[in-house]
Ligand binder design. Sequence first.
Ligand code: ADP
Length: 601
Amino acid sequence: MQDLDPSRAEGVRRLFDLMRRVNSSTETAEVLEEIARGVVEVLGFGVAAIARLEGDYLVMTACVGPEDVRTQIIGRRTPKQRIMDEFRQADKWGILRYVPHGRVDDEFLDNAWIPDYEPEDAPEAWHPEDALYAPLYSATGELLGNMAVDFPPGNRIPNQALRDLLELFVVQAGLALSNAQQRERLAEQVRLGEIVKDVATASSLVGLVSTLERSAEALAHGFGAVQAWIRCFPDGELGRSEHAAGYPAPNPADAGLAVLRRDLGRTAWPQGAAIHLTIDAERSRALPEAREALQDLMRKYHARSLVAAPLGVGVELLGYLVIMRDTDQALNEHELAAVREIARELGRIVLNARLYERESRLVAELQELDRYKGELIATISHELKTPLTSIIGHTELLDESEHGSMSVRAIARNAQRLNQLIANLLNYSRVQDKREHVRLPVDLAELCQNSLELLQFQAEASGVRWTLSRTDGRVLVNGDPDELGRIIDNIIGNAVKYSRPGGEVEVRVSDDGEMAQVAVSDNGLGISQVDQGHLFSAFHRSSNPEALSIPGTGLGLAISRRIAEIHGGDITVQSELGEGSTFRLRLPRAANLGSASAPAS
Ligand code: ADP
């Protein structure tokens, strides 16, 4: 054996001691240091250094030798590819790799650590540019690290016996790294499992927002992220509300995140893929539109990379999660699997929350419908009962001949009222389900003129004067003349009906190119702000006692608005209690007279 002092039997004992520790110790760094020390102290090499593979780099973790060498190389990062290239040029000495001087190019030597001394001129002499390595593999053949040695004993190229001994140490270093890798994987699985568990248990909290907040926090902590965001979208028939949460910063209303939704919808969904983006990436196939905006966000949050994953269940994309980290390194496959699991879990949570939201909405709608139905029955019964009571009363009075004619008038009036109510009810129920309308050219000014003439008698009886102003020419819309006439009769009729004696009603018909308008103003009772809010609901009548004393069903405006909507228009009110009101009917102007067609329904 080359220069191996028999007194180093003590050293061999240390090697076996080392083997025991490799199998039991949890301090990988210490064990590696111990192995390197064994190579130096037992085998007599001047330097022994061990690097661990971290991502795509071999990072020098343990080094035993002169202090200046140690400080020069510890922490040094060498691209894995470079070492692999060098291995390819090396002589295979069992599991060792020997690269004699002169074989690798200058560029490589510039990057390597080369001891500074004059080579000896002997065939067995070790040259400063000679290199001896041992790649460290796991049992499954995965590269985990590399051991490099220098200054062999006697400054001679190691002979077979020394190489055999060195291999023993190399095997121990490989084992130590293998053990460390297994421990780390196990720890990682536990850590990732914890994140998934944290997200899953967060769902038992009340409310989607707090669930998302807790989940964002779990994601940020679990992945060592500088920022995590979760957002779920408002659309889809299942949900209307948009919920977002972030940790530590809340979810910004950032345009980039809105574009992210489009990208993810196209590229990552429904595969459920998680997408990695670094701050310097110049393009991204998965995030073509959102890339730049996301990189701006990374700069803002001092991150260097992000992972974005879609949340969803079935075919519906429900939202996304984003994890921003201060490293360029991509998540490993286990971490990505955890992200996908979390995204699926969050998808389920969001879906459940939405189903619950929809259910609550339906329940509220049903309750409202039920309340409305009750109100409807009460109002109709009341409206039917009042005139009927009067009719019955007067029928009895008819027996007493001196009240005869008065009673007949009262009966006729109330029967008329009943008739009107039933006609309105029928109209109301008819227009509710209506979708289409007759399309004939209708001149709104003409409809107003007709309506005013019809109401002339009533206006005179109430001492109300009216004026009609109109733009030159006809103000045409396409529609059903009977239905539109009904709206105009209703709003002009109301203006007369809710005016005081001496009041004035002004009807203006105009046309602003796009829309035709009829504005009916009165200086009558007016309507309070509160009542204005419900005015167009069926059966709503003003709470103002003066208005309530005037007979009405509260159906006219509900019918009018529905007809206006069917015609693509609207009807609005402006009013001041005690001052008067203006009702405006706006309808799309007939674009082209020639196109006015025959009835469509
Ligand atoms: P009706 O007049 O048959 O009660 P409408 O639906 O036409 O039903 O009107 C609803 C309510 O709106 C009326 O009961 C009345 O209180 C109020 N209203 C409508 N038009 C006017 C108006 N021009 N001035 C004051 N109040 C009005």
